[in-house]
Design a protein around this ligand. Sequence first.
Ligand SMILES: Cc1cc2nc3c(=O)[nH]c(=O)nc-3n(C[C@H](O)[C@H](O)[C@H](O)COP(=O)(O)O)c2cc1C
Length: 217
Amino acid sequence: MGTGTVESVREQEQLGDDSGPAVRIVGVCGSLRATSATKRAVSVALDGTSPHAASTGLIELRNYQLPFCGQMAEDEYPPDVSRLRQELRDAHGIILGTPEYHGSLSGALKNMLDLMGAEEFEGKIVGLVAVAGGHGGATNSLNTMRMIGRNLHSWVLPQEVSIADSAQAFNADGSATDPAIEKRLLNIGAQVVRLASLQERIREDDFMAMWEGLPTW
Ligand SMILES: Cc1cc2nc3c(=O)[nH]c(=O)nc-3n(C[C@H](O)[C@H](O)[C@H](O)COP(=O)(O)O)c2cc1C
């Protein structure tokens, strides 16, 4: 699976905004296809973080050499497993994107999630987007990802985006053909970054309160 290279195809720094602590938001594209609609959906969602203090990265699973979970002992896993774990541990918020495959999420994304665990996901804000080739959309994948998020003890946003008719869903410039879908995707990114920033602010405030409460001797 994958080409063996670890690469975040898009890396953008959007620091400098004083609306909250700087946080890192990563998107995961659960399709291995080069011309993936899922990748476009996740990219637009990441664009939604832009008014806020955040750095973002897009993780394309096609660029990671991942074994199947359980295929070998953990200490024999290829380095891409620990590199992926580190990228997710470094993130304060995560946007998961999947194609709908036979009424569920892709095997590539499920396997990646099986290789990860609480350290990567617990307590983190997670946004969900999914695309489907058919008219019915991708609500089955979204429901399954929501269940997985619950098992990983993530805070999964109630908002989510299901995109139907994936072949017609995006323009050549990467924007969604339906302005309502574009807005919903941007909103996922905005919600993830807002809530992740809020979590960090609370952590900082707690730290300051504890610091100020320390004895001065
Ligand atoms: C194995 C497989 C199963 C699929 N199952 C469904 C499905 O159940 N419902 C649907 O609407 N589309 C289905 N599709 C179509 C994909 O959802 C669609 O092609 C989507 O754009 C793929 O995502 P991608 O462009 O990000 O690679 C399936 C495609 C494949 C390859």
